[in-house]
Write a protein that binds this ligand. Structure first.
Ligand code: VG1
Ligand code: CO
Length: 547
């Protein structure tokens, strides 16, 4: 006879702290090899449990993007949650939940928070990356005060509490309720609640006939949105099954970067540049919070996408009453600001990372938010949301009967065009990357007034709701003619340092609005090298990724 699970006591495992557990832009990301080292994952989970506020007796959510180590990590977290005295965990079947679905689950069920197992757009597999994010009770990523508290705990931990394996195991594939010691585990359909939310926001009745007459192609990149896209686009909206490609989630994402941009979604790009291109092409990332929007031979920049959604929101049932305001991350182009100004609503500029939008959304100051890194979202959850953005575009096309090029043309003719590009220099030697960044920081006051630069600073953000301050969020060089260069270090990489250079130039509505962005920005890109010298100092001939 097995001993009744309730009577097996937790064990305390002694372990010195790991000193490298500071969460970055979006959770803690490391190589799988690091996360799989004995006690590494468990120690960070203990830091979350101790640092994130009182979770004892409460209910949280747990799910991930299905990447390699997702199941192993889930099993450890469940045994630790039981040991910590958490009352209940709601888990996506198979350990799967997209990031926006976790956000929705936390909000809909008023949970204390949620743990998301994902390194998002980073590659997966045994040689790839793994990550853990913690979301708080509003459904959004933990704010800096919480991630810093978690980090502080991680620095002084002396061990963790866990139920022994003999206490039993949870079958992640079996829907319904199971018990692990005093912990109740509810396994739920990862898609159902999320799909219901989408039906509330968008006009499915209008989108169905449009999808009979027009083709779309959604690339799930072998990541978490496969089952979501199949349920929503194919089953509920009636698109043919061939509308979703790479729909089956894989542990290693088919050995690709699950990063929806023109550089990494090669197959989709080829289909959209072919003669028989579908009307709309789209892709999402590892954990389903990013989106890329394409029309035939046209890639919509994420900054433009945010502006288009803001300008047309009232055509969508969920936003028919109008939007309160718009927020964008600092490096994101100012296209959305132009729309906000025209609509007479507030616009906000926040540091990079979705956690900075939470307070503005909670305070009802903004309805739409976006980042240049293929992230768009609204107050329906507290995360960026990939499929939501695709459905928004679909609904917009069905409502206006305009195609993607026509929508963009009309937008630029009304607001002008913010030519925009991001150049990434990946896996640089950290010392060199810091030299470049600090070298520029040291020259900021010299630069003002030279090269036509009007403002040169290191972005500092004071949250308008709780007044918290975040410093050193990226260097801005703003020119008198409105041009903008931004330089910052990535906070999601796991190898060396990645520098991101963001380049923006505004073309008024009467200018040539159909140039290739790299051509339109060539002069400014040259100036960036003169002033910052990334190539000169790093020895790299060109960026690794241009989007
Ligand atoms: C990147 C993006 C940022 C985004 C973050 C998380 O961060 O630039 O805009 O919020 O990834 O996205 P960084 O620090 O590497 O520039 V996800 O979809 O990877 O969670
Ligand atoms: Co993501």
């Amino acid at each position: 006879m097995a001993v009744p699970a309730q009577h097996i006591a937790p064990r305390h495992i002694d372990c010195p702290p790991f000193m490298d557990q500071r969460p970055g832009t979006s959770g803690l990301r490391k190589k799988v090899k690091r996360f799989a080292e004995p006690h590494y994952l468990a120690m960070f989970v203990q830091a979350i449990f101790d640092g994130a506020g009182d979770l004892k007796g409460g209910t949280i959510a747990l799910g991930g993007d299905g990447r390699y180590f997702n199941r192993e990590a889930s099993a450890i977290i469940l045994r630790m949650a039981a040991a910590h005295g958490i009352a209940k965990i709601v888990v996506g079947q198979g350990g799967i939940l997209s990031t926006p679905a976790v956000s929705n689950l936390i909000r809909a069920r008023q949970l204390k928070g949620g743990i998301i197992l994902s390194a998002s757009h980073n590659p997966g597999g045994p040689e790839g990356d793994f990550g853990i994010k913690y979301n708080v009770g509003n459904g959004g990523p933990a704010p800096e005060s919480v991630t810093e508290a978690i980090f502080a705990v991680s620095q002084r931990l002396s061990g963790y509490d866990i139920l022994p394996e003999s206490a039993g195991t949870i079958d992640l594939d079996r829907p319904g309720t199971q018990q692990l010691g005093s912990l109740t585990v509810e396994i739920v359909d990862p898609v159902a609640d999320y799909a219901a939310l989408m039906e509330k926001l968008f006009d499915f009745g209008r989108m169905r006939p449009w999808l009979k007459a027009n083709r779309i192609l959604f690339d799930a990149m072998h990541a978490v949105t496969g089952p979501y896209a199949t349920e929503i686009l194919v089953k509920r909206l009636g698109a043919p099954a061939s509308s979703v490609i790479n729909a089956v989630p894989k542990l290693d994402f088919g050995n690709h970067h699950p990063d929806p941009n023109p550089a990494h979604a090669e197959e989709l790009m080829a289909r959209l540049w072919a003669a028989d291109a579908p009307a709309l092409g789209a892709a999402s990332d590892g954990d389903g919070d990013r989106n890329m929007i394409l029309g035939p031979k046209l890639a919509v920049t994420p900054s433009d996408s945010l502006a288009v959604l803001a300008a047309n929101a009232t055509l969508i049932p969920g936003y028919a009453k109008g939007i309160k305001g718009v927020a964008r991350s600092m490096p994101t182009s100012r296209a959305a600001d132009a729309v906000a100004q025209a609509l007479g609503i507030e616009s906000f500029e926040t540091p990079t990372g979705w956690k900075f939008f939470g307070n503005l959304l909670d305070a009802d100051r903004v309805t739409l938010c976006g980042e240049e890194s293929y992230g768009t979202g609204s107050d329906h959850v507290r995360e960026k949301d990939g499929l939501w953005a695709v459905l928004f575009w679909l609904n917009l096309m069905a409502a206006t009967d305009k195609n993607v090029p026509q929508i963009m043309e009309a937008h630029w003719r009304r607001f002008g065009r913010h030519y925009y590009s991001r150049h990434d220099y990946e896996a640089l030697d950290s010392a060199k990357a810091n030299d470049i960044m600090n070298g520029l920081r040291g020259r900021l006051s010299d630069l003002e007034g030279r090269h036509g630069i009007e403002l040169a600073d290191d972005f500092r953000y004071q949250d308008p709701i709780d007044n918290s301050v975040s410093e050193k969020q990226g260097v801005r060089l703003i020119f008198g003619n409105g041009d903008r260069l931004v330089l910052r270090l990535s906070g999601t990489g796991t190898e060396g340092a990645t520098l991101r250079l963001y380049i923006e130039r505004f073309a008024p509505r009467t200018a040539d609005l159909h140039l290739d962005a790299q051509v339109a920005l060539a002069e400014l890109i040259g100036q960036a090298e003169d002033i910052i010298g990334i190539k000169r100092i790093s020895g790299r001939a060109q960026p690794d990724v241009v989007t």
